[in-house]
Design a binder for this molecule. Structure first.
Ligand SMILES: *Cc1c(COP(=O)(O)O)cnc(C)c1O
Length: 379
């Protein structure tokens, strides 16, 4: 039986050759490959500045840190996201203020933003849920009105555009992930993009201990000063070599994802489910996966359906298992209640996500649609 994996890294000969070659180089960290990867990524997204980092979590942490967000500050965050979006706020000692989602996209409900703003609100963080862009026009109007810094979690948003501008470039900073099941991989890795030169410069220092001179910038080897605090959040040369080779494939990856997504979208018009809205200009999704919500009466059967799909060799996922404020750590700390996040809760308890990645073809999509339909008669 063919296994339809939810995510699988797409690593071919070009990647292997590039990594082996990098292994023979003199520099394994802060060498020319990480610079090249940054240039290529900036070129792909049309970002004025791109800084490579060790993960998207590191990218988010560095962003809040370098934007000066800390104790006493509040950051508006989506309830329906990966915990990393919120953890990074916690790392800085600021307080996350959770916002519910909108049902049509899973994105943060911008209509509720104004109710949550206080004199302590410094920033708003958003995630482009499963690659579907947030309405950045509306968000930036709010941000300007209330002087909020905007951090975009773009972990699933390579190839996401709003108004033909790539995700991460509407706000002050955009953070990307190259974890294996994302759009492309460096094993672990991430990137920050920004239009602010001062912020790019600050993040460059902060990702390498806060040293004032990086290797290659020093007149005398080993001599540097430390003018600010910093971490060790660099991307190494092997990861960068892999990233350069992978990024070349991204246009093809995005095309395959869209094709696969559209097949499922066309075939899955079932009474048992609700779909998220499809993308139309100015929204352009990166098509991370095809996610559906079970109608109320089928929610108790979700695990049986997932089990049936698994038995038939179909990999699925759930985005996300709980709204972040209801995860034990946050629930305990901030006393999160499901009734405050009805939409995020509805999405968490009823969603099923199917793969559309470039490792899969149209036949796989037909299989997913057929087996998923069949599952409602078997559970
Ligand atoms: C995967 C993911 C992250 C974390 O990315 P890492 O590179 O693993 O740190 C953050 N936010 C979202 C939305 C993600 O999907």
């Amino acid at each position: 039986m063919r296994q339809i994996a939810f995510g699988r890294p797409y690593i071919k000969r070009a990647e292997k050759v590039a990594v082996m070659k990098a292994l023979g180089n003199e520099m394994l960290v802060h060498g020319p490959l990480s610079k090249q990867f940054e240039l290529d990524f900036a070129n792909f997204t049309q970002a004025p500045h791109a800084v490579s980092v060790s993960s998207c979590t590191a990218a988010l942490h560095l962003s809040y840190f370098c934007l000066g967000i800390g104790p006493g500050d509040e950051v508006l965050v989506p309830a329906q996201t990966h915990v990393a979006t919120v953890h990074a706020v916690e790392f800085c000692g600021a307080r996350p203020i959770f916002m519910d989602a909108e049902i049509h996209t899973g994105n943060i409900d911008l209509d509720q933003v104004e109710d949550q703003i206080t004199s302590r609100t410094k920033a708003i963080s958003i995630v482009h849920f499963l690659g579907m862009p947030v309405n950045m026009k509306k968000l930036m109007q709010l941000a300007r009105k209330y002087h909020l810094t905007v951090v975009e979690d773009c972990a699933l948003a390579i190839g996401t555009y709003f108004d033909e501008v790539h995700a991460g470039l509407h706000g002050d900073v955009g953070c990307f992930s190259f974890y294996p099941v994302k759009h492309f991989t460096t094993a672990e890795g991430g990137m920050v993009i920004t239009k602010h030169p001062w912020l790019a410069e600050k993040i460059k220092r902060a990702k390498a201990f806060g040293l004032d001179r990086q290797v290659g910038e020093r007149k005398v080897a080993g001599m540097y000063d430390v003018k600010s605090l910093g971490y060790n959040y660099r991307l190494n040369e092997l990861q960068s070599a892999l990233g350069i080779a992978q990024l070349k494939r991204v246009p093809h990856f995005l095309k395959k994802r869209k094709q696969n997504y559209e097949i499922l979208d066309g075939k899955l018009n079932l009474d048992e489910i609700e779909k998220f809205c499809s993308t139309e200009p100015p929204y352009q999704s990166s098509y991370y996966c095809f996610s559906v919500l079970l109608k109320k009466k089928w929610i108790p059967k979700r695990f049986a359906i997932l089990e049936y799909l698994k038995e038939k060799g179909i990999g699925t996922s759930v985005y996300y298992p709980k709204p972040v404020p209801l995860m034990s750590y946050y629930k305990k700390k901030y006393e999160g209640r499901a009734k405050d996040f009805p939409v995020a809760t509805r999405i968490s308890e009823s969603s099923i996500s199917f793969p559309v990645g470039p490792h899969l073809n149209s036949k796989d999509m037909n299989t997913i649609a057929r087996v998923f339909k069949e599952s409602f008669t078997k559970v």
